[in-house]
Design a protein around this ligand. Structure first.
Ligand code: SF4
Length: 698
C-alpha cells in the first residue's frame, strides 16, 4: 500500500531494452518495493526482474571504497572472494586510486602510444556516461579503440540496417504491433528476455493477429503462434531466402513500394529465385508447404512487422541474417506505415543509447563515421580543438585478442564483464591477466575486476541521475531513489575526475551539462532537451518539436541513405564456423533466462531472483537425456574444443534434440568457456549461438 511509504521516485528499470518505467516506493530511506509506472513502453506493467531485482544494491558484496591491488597479491586470476578480497586488494582514498588509475594509463600511453590503451564502456550506464567514456578514450588517448557490449548483441543487425536502411535503430516501436495484422518473431525469446514486450505480442494474438515464431528452440510464445517454424540452428538464410523466393516467384511483392522506395531489386530478384522452398527445406528443416503458407500470409497482410533477437545476430552470418529480414520487409512493403517495421529487440537497458552516444570504435555520436572529416570537425569543435583519429578502432573481441598478444597493455573497463561475457572466456581471462594496467569501475567486484590493478566503486542505477534510450528509440529520465553506499560515486563523476588527471580539463558539474554538449553533436536529439526530459519523463526520437512525443514509425517518406532509398542486399547460405563431427556431435547454444541478467552480477545478488534460479543448468531434450543415460538433476559435463564445464541437467522439450542450451549468467559453470570466438566479418559479432559440443554424465 503506497500509504505505507514515505516517498515515490519515478525512474526506469535497469535491466532490459524494453525500458519499463518504474516507481521506487521508499520507506525509511530504503527502497521498500517497486511498482510499474505508466511509461510509454510498459503502461505500468513489469516483469519479475523489474519488480524484484532491486535489492542487489544493498548486497554485502557492494564496492564501497576504491581498491588498489596489493604489492604482495597472488598472481592475477579468478581467485578473489568478493566478500574477502583483502589478500589481493587494499582500500585507498579516491585521490590515491584516481591518481593510480590515470597515472598507470598515462604511462602506457606515453611509453607505447595511445593505441596501447583501450576502453570498454557500458550499455548499463546512462547516455551521458557513455558519451563521456568515448570522449575520454578519443580525447585522452588519440584513437578509437573503444567498444561495448553492443558488439556481442546486435552489432550485426546494426551493420545490416546501416548498410541497407541508413539507420541502426528500429523503424517502429514494438508497441506498433497493435496496428499489425501479422508479426514474425525470429531468433528471440521475448517471454524470457523482453517479457513486457511479450505481453503486447500476446494481446496482438488475442485480437486476431497472426504471430509467426521462427526459432530453433521452442519457447513461451509458441503456444500463441499461428505458425511455429522450429528450423535447424544456423540455417536462417536458407529459411528466409526460401520465404522471399516464394514472394517473388508468385508475384506477391509490393511493386509500387519497391519502385518508390528501394534499389537493387532486379539483381536481388534474380538471386532469390535459386532458393526455392524445395531446395531449402532439407537445409532448414521446415517443409516447403509451410514455407509457402507463411510467405503468402506475410506478403498478403495489410501490415506486418518483424522482430528479432540474438538468435539472428550472434552468428558468423549474423549480418546476412539481418539483410534477409530487411529484404523481406521491403519486398512486402512492410516499412514506414503504422503496424509495419523492422525491430531488433535491444538487450541492455541502454544499449541503444550507448551506441547512439558513440561508444563504438568506428563512429562518433549519432553514428557519424570517424572517417568523415565533417564529423571529426564537429566533435573537435565541441571538445576544445581535440584532434580525433580518422582510423576506426578495434572491436571487443579484437581488443581482447590484442591484449592477449600484449599489443594493448592497459584498459579502462566501465561496467562490462568480459571475463564472463566474451567468447572463449579462458582466452579473455588470460588476456586480462596479461594487461600491465587494468582499471575497472563497477558496482561489484566482478570476475573482470578480479584482474584489476585499480577498482573504482560506482553508484548503481537507482543511486544516480541520467538518461537512457530504450529499444523503441525513447529517451527516458532515470532518477536517484537512494544514496550510493560508502564512497561509491556516479560513473560520470569518476570518469570526469579520471579525465582531469589525464589533463583534459573537464568542468562538468551535472549530467545535464554533459547531455547539452552531447545533444549539440547529435541531430537525433533535436528538440529533446534535459529540461523536457525532466518534465515529460520520456521522448522518442525523432521528434519535430516540444509538443511532439516523437515518431513511433519512421521512413514513411524515404530512407536516410544517399539515394533516399532502402537497398536489397542478397545473402548466400554459409555454414557455421564449427560444425558437429564425431568428436563433438551436438550443438551448443547459449543465451539468457527470465530470472538472470547477462553475467549475473546484479540478478544473482538479488534475493528473489537468486531464490528462483539458484544454480546453473544445461537444458536438454528428454530424448537427448535418455540417449545420454541421464536424468534431470544429474551432474553433466559439457565440453567444446575450448573448454569443459559441469552443471545440472534440466529436461526441456523446447530444446531441439542433440542440442544443449546454457545461460551465461553462472560463473561456476561459465557458458562462455565453451563458446566460439569466430566473428561475423561485418558486425564483428561472435558466434555465441552455435558451437560443436559433447555432453556426458559427469
Ligand atoms: Fe525491466 Fe525489461 Fe522486465 Fe521491463 S521487461 S521490467 S525493462 S527487465
Amino acid at each position: 500500500d503506497s500509504a505505507d511509504t514515505d516517498e515515490t521516485v519515478r525512474s526506469v528499470c535497469p535491466y532490459c531494452g524494453v525500458g519499463c518505467q518504474i516507481d521506487y516506493r521508499l520507506k525509511d530511506g530504503k527502497i521498500a518495493w517497486v511498482d510499474g509506472a505508466p511509461g510509454p513502453a510498459n503502461e505500468s506493467r513489469l516483469c519479475v526482474k523489474g519488480r524484484f531485482g532491486f535489492d542487489y544494491i544493498a548486497h554485502p558484496h557492494r564496492l564501497t571504497r576504491p581498491l588498489i591491488r596489493r604489492e604482495d597479491a597472488p598472481p592475477k586470476g579468478l581467485n578473489v572472494d568478493p566478500a574477502d578480497p583483502w589478500t589481493h586488494f587494499r582500500e585507498a582514498s579516491w585521490d590515491e586510486a584516481l591518481d593510480r588509475a590515470a597515472g598507470g594509463l598515462a604511462v602506457l600511453r606515453d611509453r607505447h602510444g595511445g593505441a596501447a590503451v583501450s576502453g570498454f564502456g557500458s550499455a548499463k550506464c546512462s547516455n551521458e556516461e557513455a558519451y563521456l567514456f568515448q570522449k575520454l578514450i578519443r580525447q585522452g588517448f588519440g584513437h578509437n579503440n573503444l567498444d561495448h557490449c553492443t558488439r556481442l548483441c546486435h552489432a550485426s543487425s546494426v551493420a545490416a540496417l546501416m548498410e541497407n536502411v541508413g539507420s541502426g535503430a528500429v523503424t517502429a516501436s514494438f508497441n506498433e504491433i497493435e496496428h499489425a495484422d501479422i508479426a514474425i518473431v525470429i531468433g528471440a525469446n521475448p517471454t524470457e528476455n523482453h517479457p513486457v514486450a511479450a505481453t503486447y505480442f500476446k494481446q496482438f494474438v488475442k485480437r486476431g493477429g497472426k504471430l509467426v515464431v521462427m526459432d530453433p528452440r521452442g519457447q513461451g510464445l509458441k503456444r500463441h503462434a499461428w505458425r511455429m517454424l522450429q528450423f535447424r540452428p544456423g540455417t536462417d538464410v536458407a529459411l528466409l531466402n526460401a520465404l522471399m523466393c516464394v514472394v517473388v516467384e508468385e508475384n506477391l511483392h509490393d511493386r509500387q513500394y519497391i519502385e518508390g522506395f528501394t534499389e537493387n531489386f532486379a539483381e536481388f530478384a534474380d538471386h532469390i529465385r535459386d532458393f526455392t522452398p524445395e531446395k531449402m527445406a532439407p537445409l532448414c528443416g521446415v517443409d516447403p508447404e509451410t514455407l509457402r503458407e507463411v510467405a503468402r500470409a506475410f506478403a498478403a497482410a495489410r501490415a506486418g512487422m518483424i522482430f528479432w533477437g540474438m538468435g539472428v545476430s550472434q552468428h558468423i552470418h549474423g549480418t546476412d541474417n539481418s539483410r534477409c529480414l530487411i529484404a523481406l520487409a521491403l519486398l512486402c512493403g512492410h516499412v514506414g506505415r503504422p503496424g509495419t517495421g523492422l525491430h531488433p529487440l535491444r538487450g541492455q537497458n541502454n544499449v541503444q543509447g550507448a551506441s547512439d552516444a558513440g561508444l563504438i570504435p568506428m563512429v562518433l555520436p549519432d553514428y557519424q563515421s570517424v572517417t568523415s572529416g565533417e564529423a571529426r570537425e564537429l566533435f573537435s569543435s565541441l571538445w576544445g580543438g581535440t584532434e580525433i583519429s580518422p582510423e576506426p578502432g578495434l572491436t571487443v573481441v579484437e581488443i581482447i585478442d590484442a591484449a592477449h598478444a600484449r599489443r594493448i597493455k592497459g584498459m579502462y573497463v566501465l561496467g562490462e564483464n568480459p571475463a564472463m561475457s566474451d567468447p572463449d572466456a579462458a582466452h579473455a581471462r588470460e588476456a586480462l591477466a596479461r594487461l600491465e594496467h587494468l582499471v575497472v569501475q563497477d558496482v561489484f567486484l566482478t570476475e573482470t575486476a578480479m584482474f584489476a590493478d585499480v577498482i573504482l566503486p560506482a553508484a548503481a542505477w537507482p543511486e544516480k541521475t541520467g538518461t537512457v534510450t530504450n529499444t523503441n528509440r525513447t529517451v527516458q529520465m532515470g532518477r536517484p531513489a537512494v544514496a550510493p553506499p560508502g564512497d561509491a560515486r556516479p560513473d560520470w563523476e569518476i570518469t570526469r575526475d579520471l579525465a582531469n588527471r589525464l589533463g583534459l580539463g573537464w568542468t562538468y558539474a551535472h549530467p545535464s551539462e554533459v547531455y547539452a554538449e552531447m545533444a549539440a553533436g547529435m541531430p537525433s536529439l533535436d528538440h529533446i532537451t534535459w529540461d523536457r526530459l525532466e518534465a515529460q519523463g520520456a521522448v522518442t526520437y525523432p521528434t519535430t518539436g516540444p509538443q511532439d512525443p516523437g515518431a513511433a514509425v519512421v521512413f514513411g517518406d524515404g530512407f536516410p541513405r544517399p539515394s533516399g532509398r532502402a537497398r536489397f542486399a542478397p545473402a548466400r547460405v554459409t555454414p557455421p564456423a564449427e560444425v558437429p563431427d564425431d568428436a563433438f556431435p551436438m550443438i551448443l547454444t547459449t543465451g539468457r533466462m527470465l530470472e538472470h541478467w547477462h553475467t549475473g552480477a546484479m540478478t544473482r545478488r538479488a534475493s528473489t531472483l537468486d531464490a528462483l534460479e539458484p544454480e546453473a543448468t544445461v537444458a536438454l531434450h528428454p530424448q537427448t537425456l535418455k540417449k545420454l543415460g541421464a536424468w534431470p538433476g544429474d551432474l553433466m559435463e559439457v565440453e567444446t574444443r575450448r573448454g569443459a564445464i559441469r552443471l545440472s541437467a534440466r529436461s526441456d522439450r523446447a530444446v531441439a534434440e542433440d542440442m544443449a542450451f546454457i545461460p551465461f549468467a553462472f560463473v561456476e559453470a561459465a557458458a562462455n568457456l565453451l563458446t566460439n570466438p569466430a566473428l561475423d566479418p561485418y558486425g564483428k559479432i561472435p558466434e555465441f549461438k552455435f558451437a560443436a559440443c559433447r555432453v556426458r554424465v559427469a
